[in-house]
Design a protein around this ligand. Sequence first.
Ligand SMILES: [Zn+2]
Length: 304
Amino acid sequence: MPSPAAMKEPLNAFCVDLEEWFHVCGTPTDYSNPDSWNSAAAHVVKDTEVLMRILDDAGTKGTFLTVGWVAEKYPDLIRALADAGHEIGCHSYHHQLVYSLTPEEFEEDLLRALDVLRRISGQPVKTYRAPGFSMKRECFWAYPILRKHGIEIDVSIVPAARDHGGVQDITRDPFILHLEEGDMKCFPVSVMDIGWRTVPFSGGGYLRLFPQSLINAGFRSNHRAGRVGMAYIHPREINPHQPRLSLPALKSFKYYVNMATTEPKLCKLLETFRFSTVAETLTTVQYWPEYNYVNGEILAARAA
Ligand SMILES: [Zn+2]
């Protein structure tokens, strides 16, 4: 039972982007074509089981944003996650950047993923993350499609400049997006200010690259602002022995840096702060800025 002081610590969301080691976005690789995926070495089940054990040891539940192809291939893994009390979310079917698809292609991929994920997990599957965090202004058309198909929470926005996505000039707080199809809760990825730059710090390459003290400072700066935080990781990130993709130098650095120290770092993080699923974390949010979806744009609602 946590102490009363610990209970007052803000809750943070813990996300796993549940995909294979070769599900990289925006760079051609030997596995760019989904037809090649079945012949690739398979690591996702074992790596995810390691993550499940780490979460279990910490007494933490998380949200597993799952690629539909992975769920279809390994249904027992998805059932085990659901049985263990984790939230199953959607991370598309074929892991393509949203802005590389037409709205029709996006909807087809989404429906295929949701059908598989809902059928296998037995959960409603209401939380979505775009592959490569590829939600940016030019593809906000995806929001009405997501809401129409029962997605009520989006965790795709990076409120900073970024390679695949990134939305500058938007709130860092979870916000309500009003759409004709219904309301959506958008929970942006945690960022912090370092000098003049706004950067993510709590997931993927950032989590592996940054020292623990800087990551802790990032969570605390958000908590001081009354904001919940979010961490995210991919199963491959705790496996230093995964096969290596041939990637451009900078991308390769970011994709593989500090793989061997991720597991102890993650354990320390789970010890230091309180984490739960995205859905549960959002129940603790008191202040919700509001935005309206108007003709493909997201505009801050003016106070009445
Ligand atoms: Zn992904």
